[in-house]
Design a binder for this molecule. Sequence first.
Ligand SMILES: Cc1cc2nc3c(=O)[nH]c(=O)nc-3n(C[C@H](O)[C@H](O)[C@H](O)COP(=O)(O)OP(=O)(O)OC[C@H]3O[C@@H](n4cnc5c(N)ncnc54)[C@H](O)[C@@H]3O)c2cc1C
Ligand code: FES
Ligand code: FES
Length: 478
Amino acid sequence: MKKSCRFILNDKEMEFSLSQGRSVLDLLRKDLGLYGTKEGCREGECGACTVILGRIPLVAYRPMPSCLMPAGQLNNTHLVTIEGLQGERPNRLQQAFINQGATQCGFCTPGFIMSLTGYLLEERTVTVQGAVDDLGGNLCRCTGYGSIRRAVEETVEPLLGKVPSLQGLIELDLLPAYFAGIPQRLATLRRKSPADSPDLTFERFDGNRPLIAGGTDLYVQRGDALNKSDPRFLIPESEPIRVEEGMIEIPASATMEQLRGDPHLIDQFPGWREKLLVIGSHILRHRATLGGNLVNASPIADCAVLLLALDAQIQLVSSQGSRRRFPLREFFLGYKELDLKRDELVESLLVTKHDDAQLWNYAKVSKRERLDIAGCNSAAVFTVNKGAFASVGLALGGVAPIPFTARRTMAWLKEKPLTRETFLGSMKVLQEEISPIDDVRGSAEYKRRLASALMADHYLHCFPDICSYHDFVKGGTL
Ligand SMILES: Cc1cc2nc3c(=O)[nH]c(=O)nc-3n(C[C@H](O)[C@H](O)[C@H](O)COP(=O)(O)OP(=O)(O)OC[C@H]3O[C@@H](n4cnc5c(N)ncnc54)[C@H](O)[C@@H]3O)c2cc1C
Ligand code: FES
Ligand code: FES
């Protein structure tokens, strides 16, 4: 069924009647003839299709892959494509790409320009490394990344150490002047067509009306069917992460990037932002939600493993409005089998708030350092009292049919002294507890070795004065 959708595309207000599940990439290229947004992989891997989405009041501008976005989520937003940055001549960023020879065939270039413009619009202190990290989801097959890095350095040079404003970016010729009027125009648009209230009369498995959050699993699994569908939506990043009654409450709609940038989690877990860089890419993390990661129920889902180690609680809400809250580890029943009824949604995840920074680590082994699915991953949280473990949270992915909480190893470690012998002993207990299988990501034996290596990484990271890499090699665990 087609429905009307009203938004601002670059500097023009648009109203369309369309299948709500049609991908924004197809809307742009096939329906509107805007060919600047390129179609590469259609799986969120290459960044050629990157656009920028602006939403009020909670969300500012975010770069994201248009191949994984349903057009029905465009209502009341500002959608920016490469055409929307174009003036009579190349802007400062485009000129930097020309100056540095950072483009050859040009196929990837619009995606890089959109991701970098998105970085500058995200209201953060500008650094070269930050800009480079945010380009992690954009691939170039022919130019090489050295010249692209130089183009980045040339572009951000006048902004280093500053938090750019919309007006500042316009004055530096990084955005066209019409951007100044967009916040007002979006507010007017929203008054004319207020957002629909969320559709809570759902059956999650209604094939005719699939439920899409970020779409990063669904569009990869069945993009063609979704293109013609009339889905229901949970809008990514539509709610803030809050602290209430000693708990950090993370809505299921929180994106991975929202999770990565949350100040409470950053305070509580030193190195949080850097460690979470290995999950997806910047543009993907702006779409992928926590709820989607848990319900997709992959045994190597990164957020699931992370939240299990943090001993998170999960809260579900039914279509009748009743709620259930229980430990996340009880949510995963078997391979892709969840304690989630047909009429329930994941509403939020709750993590205990601590005033002190915690000892923790997160590590992942994959073929590529970034933007890859893990062979194995693991997170650990330790509390220590008088030289012994007071409590341990330990979870691993890729070693069992579900994201796995290593309860036996956790219990074994409790009250044991912080010594090399304890560390080595715990790795033996872990080996007895896990049950990896051979699959496309590696043999069971390989994953057993990865589990030991990840455990060693936790100890080396959290207790560098007590153990060294050689202790694990000598102890026969690596
Ligand atoms: C290029 C690429 C890289 C990736 N890298 C990683 C990675 O490094 N680590 C990783 O863990 N994953 C990765 N993924 C997988 C994916 O991004 C995550 O699993 C993501 O969190 C899914 O969230 P989503 O909002 O996009 O889910 P969607 O695709 O929108 O939905 C997935 C499923 O969850 C259901 N659902 C969504 N929200 C709720 C809710 N609140 N309640 C009930 N059901 C719900 C949907 O109906 C659907 O069945 C990657 C995917 C791609 C395409
Ligand atoms: S086409 Fe490759 S990320 Fe969208
Ligand atoms: S310039 Fe050809 S793919 Fe990047």
